[in-house]
Write a protein that binds this ligand. Sequence first.
Ligand code: MSP
Length: 676
Amino acid sequence: MRDQQAFYITTPIYYVNDVPHIGHAYTTIAADVLARYWRLRGQDVFFLTGLDEHGQKVQQAAAKAGIEPQAHCDKLAPQFQQLWTRLDISNNAFIRTTDPLHKKIVQRYLQELYDKGLIYKDSYTGWYCTFDERFWTEKDVADGLCPDCKRPVERLSEHNYFFKMGQYQDRLIDHIKTHQNFVRPESRRNEVLGFLQTQKLGDLSISRPKSRLSWGIELPFDKQYVTYVWFDALVNYLSALEYKLPSPSVDRYWPASVHLVGKDILTTHAVYWSTMLMGLELPLPETVFAHGWWTVDGEKMSKSRGNVVDPFAMADKYGVYAFRYFLLREVPFGQDGDFSEAALVARINSDLANGLGNLLSRTLTLVERSAGGTIPEIPPLLDTETEEKLTAAGLDAFRLADSDIQEMAFSRALETIWQLVRAADQYLEIHAPWTLAKDPSNRMLLERVLYRAADSLRLLAIAIYPFMPSTAEAISQQLGINLDFNTPIPFRDRQWNRLRPGTKIQKANALFPRIQPQTGTLSVTGHAATLSLSQGAKSVSDTPSASQPTAGATAPTAAAAQVPTSAVPAQITIEEFQKIQLKTAKVLSAERVPKSEKLLKLLVSLGTEQRQIVAGIGKRYEPESLIGKTIVIVANLKPAKLMGIESQGMVLAAGDSEVRGLATFLEDVEPGTKVK
Ligand code: MSP
């Protein structure tokens, strides 16, 4: 029985019929999060992934490539291994079912079941799908097509060996009923139970005549046959424990804690594998968790559609950790989801660049400017109320997010963790340390605010580590604390106020560069509004202007206005005024334009889109003080470049040569609202 301290997690072993895609990356990243999470909590984790190299699919792929199946596998295997390195996957072992030791173990189990009388020979006639390598019953193929892949099926009659799976039906139903966590999520558990309770479970054909398929493990009791690829593949979860570790460790790690699988291979795991284990008198895994599938831009992902997402390309283009974050944040684990680069870019910009990344850089800038680059002492609590929210968010980032991760609710866990990002941002807003710094009598509060903001980042680094290990390390290095994630993080370090005062920070590059949305990849609405001519008119048609976000031209700011005063007519008509589209915008980030006293580069949100605006308000405002503020912009100004930086709008400000104030609102107004 598995050691109390041990945690054994597996991914499916992937067919080597083609190069890896986002589906493979998804399961493996999720498994990596669990593995890293449990290691950080001091568990002895064994994380296994690998390749399923036998069977018809691989044989066909090799034939198509004109090479021997083994050569084909040897050629493709490194691509998977390289992908796992690229995606920072921390698997402890990588199994290939063509490993001689694996083959031996499969044969040993086959022999064991045979000797027990659980495998028998019989003839079978049925509808066979070559692609899925399986027989279907008459009623399954009413239209002559495989119900799974919709390819034509053929009538086939042959002698085969069968495993007495059917005899375990009641036991399996009972096991699922009495083990709440055996099949997850709940909806999938009900599906499996429903199937088992309404249909008779037949016996399982576990052989293929060599005349039809030669690429497989030979049956030890009949050389005319190879074993069915699933019998071979499922055994990997046990065989790896016998030969992939320095010493056989079945007792230490079995039963597995979690088999992570896609929804399409739940039956093979929950039913075939479970009954095989019953036959072998071995305990069943604790959990089989089936996740959903990704579509791509709303369509099924397939080679023929040419829309297969290459995880290497995504990692190269957007960064490994942003890609990992997106896959687990975007869709609740267990449900289907849609992948699009536009959604990925939107998440990177909002959650990573403007969220976590910005919090780090603004906090460290403040520590540099107001505390000489050193984490200050933490003075006593001065104001309980405004700290309560921050304190609670910091504790939730472990208490709540922990149970979410243990439940495999990764998206919810990240959402909870990001509450801490938001709470820390708001905390800075409320206390405005850039203002506190101006008055020495505020020193204590200033130091407390800086300490707490920096300590939030320390907690965030620990909380995000399983998802984004390198990002966590970067945060910890920039904070100057160099946390060691290779050893368990003690419970006390998940508490507040464990940052050592006096630590020298090491501010470095931004964690996540903001990504310019590409033309057509983000929804762009509400630019060139056609206005009706009646007084107080509303826009009657919003024409999306796809070129807007990347078009280059100058957008002057109020303070750096382009139009000479003399050229402005004393009076304008209402029609003329209505040509100007004013909108509310929320400031997501702000930074100084290098070598300019006056210019700030703002990233603002108009709700459905984001704009970069260069505004001449830098003498009046510190960039940090603007974040989160709702301002007014001229939204249909032709884009332009200021000091080489594109500006896509203009900020409304009071004052003439000197900025006195920014137009803003008394109420909380949604970004993107029309101003008239
Ligand atoms: N070799 C078997 C597994 C044997 S495990 C003992 C197999 N391999 S596979 O390469 O075809 O699929 C591996 C995994 O990729 C499955 O879990 C499957 O659900 C997953 N995915 C394939 N396409 C996917 C998406 N479009 N989205 C998410 N996961 C997807 O089956």
